[in-house]
Design a protein around this ligand. Structure first.
Ligand SMILES: Cc1cc2nc3c(=O)[nH]c(=O)nc-3n(C[C@H](O)[C@H](O)[C@H](O)COP(=O)(O)OP(=O)(O)OC[C@H]3O[C@@H](n4cnc5c(N)ncnc54)[C@H](O)[C@@H]3O)c2cc1C
Length: 493
């Protein structure tokens, strides 16, 4: 459904967040910095709730809770000097999917995954659980290469969705996968027009989607906040941490060795890639770095990947009268059209998980605190604006995570600086549940030295656009966020 928001971003009046706007923001921000003496001191550059470590010790996540992550034993760290045929750094979906695809091709190779905290501890275990097909970047491909190329890209992303579906079935992983479809919500008539445009673009690609007017939407979801929506039956929802931990268990069972609690401090390219962690060192013939929003912290894509944070709250399980009051019998994934959009879905035990509304950036690409109170409080207010009939509902959890954004909203998968044995995936732009599965497949092709239709996709070998060094990047993001707020982007304060 984010596809529609990308359309808004690149096609629609006040909500425009183009590369030009972003660059203009960055330049103006930098000028402002030079002009305003003492400005950096007056700005709050960091998340005040963030502890100084790379990883938060406690993330108040409903998904972690329901997946048993707080009670589960975490694997021991990498220690001493070790050798591997293939090393993977980062135990999110991208790393786990790479491991899953590689171990099937090379069951005799020593494949080692090194994760700084616990598999799924990054965005992969914390996200909204929207398994949307066709994004991110579909709109960019549509604009650059036309409907047929966009349809080919869309179909490739279906592989990611099918990988989740097949994986869950074949390995008996219970991650509360529900194929309920999604509805993208319009808050005003101009957003409705954008949705109609999206429906037309889908039609040009041979894909159907159902436009809902106010009355039809109201039959689906009892909220007066929206004037209509676009239903896409191909999307699904799931419990993200259960999927991540399930992937970890399955790939481990297939023979991948996983070290957790092993923060990598340095990666040195070479005939053997050297991966240095706090307590050990791994030398590998080939290596894959799947760090997404954490990549800049390790010195990768520092001027090209922008780590934005995103936050989520969960309510208590709704009672029968509360459920009846909001309708939503189809249990679709819901999100609106603003750039700083909100997204909401029901969990298996009938809580509402409600996220979005803001995406703060912390100076120097620092990962999220996992708990930024202003963002969490805003979400609670927004949920009650959406469903005033739930006044008094209790919120049980609130958490956040770090995403990797690029200025063209496209992911990038490829060989690092042209190396033949060092690969990466970054830039899932807040929409990586399905795309990371596909990225793992592509990375396995690249590691295997295979040229396939997947390695020819437009996201492969695509260098993300330059987003500037600090402090330009920080000031630019602040400025763009403020401009969006001023343009009526997010009315809930
Ligand atoms: C709040 C939130 C909501 C979201 N909602 C959705 C959604 O509904 N649908 C959707 O499609 N996408 C969503 N996303 C985006 C999606 O979660 C990500 O795109 C996806 O999980 C990225 O996966 P990844 O494996 O590339 O990165 P990650 O899951 O971030 O994994 C990177 C891993 O690397 C590890 N790591 C970092 N640094 C080091 C180091 N130095 N040494 C060793 N390990 C390290 C981290 O601990 C982490 O486990 C959301 C993201 C957030 C934060």
């Amino acid at each position: 459904m984010a596809q529609e928001r990308h359309d808004a971003a690149s096609g629609g009046g006040r909500r425009r967040l183009t590369r030009r706007a972003f660059t203009a923001g960055a330049v103006t921000g930098a000028l402002g910095m030079w002009a305003g003496t003492g400005l950096p001191r007056r700005l709050s550059l960091g998340d005040p709730d963030r502890p100084p470590q790379l990883y938060e010790f406690f993330v108040d996540s409903f998904w972690f809770d329901s997946a048993g992550l707080y009670d589960e034993a975490i694997n021991p760290p990498l220690k001493g000097q070790q050798q591997a045929d293939i090393a993977i750094v980062g135990g999110g979906y991208a790393g786990l999917s790479t491991a899953f695809n590689l171990i099937q091709r090379f069951p005799r190779k020593r494949i080692v995954l090194v994760e700084g905290a616990a598999c799924g501890y990054g965005a992969s275990g914390r996200n909204g659980g929207f398994a949307d097909v066709g994004m991110p970047g579909l709109h960019t491909v549509f604009e650059e290469a036309g409907p047929d190329a966009a349809r080919a890209y869309y179909d490739a992303t279906l592989l990611g969705a099918h990988q989740i579906r097949d994986f869950v079935q074949q390995h008996g992983v219970d991650c509360d996968l529900e194929h309920n479809g999604s509805i993208t919500l319009a808050m005003d008539e101009s957003q409705m027009e954008e949705l109609a445009g999206q429906q037309r673009r889908y039609a040009a690609m041979g894909l159907d989607a159902e436009l809902l007017d106010r009355a039809a939407l109201r039959r689906a979801v009892r909220s007066d906040r929206f004037v209509g929506g676009l239903r896409d039956a191909r999307h699904a929802i799931l419990n993200p941490a259960k999927l991540a931990r399930g992937m970890k268990r399955v790939v481990e069972g297939m023979g991948v060795e996983i070290f957790e609690r092993s923060k990598v401090l340095r990666v040195e390219p070479g005939a053997k890639v050297r991966i240095v962690s706090e307590l050990g060192e791994l030398r590998a013939d080939q290596a894959v770095l799947t760090l997404n929003g954490y990549a800049p912290q390790l010195g990768l894509f520092r001027t090209r990947v922008i780590p934005l944070c995103n936050y989520v709250v969960a309510t208590e399980p709704l009672g029968p009268s509360q459920r009846a009051a909001i309708g939503w019998a189809g249990r679709e994934g819901l999100a609106d059209m603003r750039l700083q959009f909100m997204y909401l879905r029901l969990t298996a035990d009938d809580r509402i998980v409600f996220g979005g509304e803001s995406s703060p950036y912390w100076y120097d690409s620092t990962p999220s605190s996992g708990s930024y109170r202003p963002a969490l409080e805003k979400l609670k207010r927004s949920l009650l604006v959406t469903f005033p009939q739930l006044e008094g509902v209790r919120f049980t959890h609130g958490w956040g995570g770090t995403m990797g954004f690029t200025l063209d909203f496209m992911p990038s998968v490829g060989a690092l600086d042209g190396a033949k044995n060092l690969f990466y995936a970054v830039g899932f732009n807040g929409e990586g549940v399905v795309m990371t599965q596909l990225a793992g497949r592509i990375l396995a092709d690249l590691v295997s030295g295979m040229e396939t239709p997947l390695t020819r996709l437009p996201i492969v070998g695509r260098t993300p656009p330059f987003a500037g060094p600090e402090p330009v990047r920080y000031l630019g993001v602040q400025l763009v966020e403020r401009l969006m707020a001023l343009s009526g982007g997010n009315p809930v304060r």
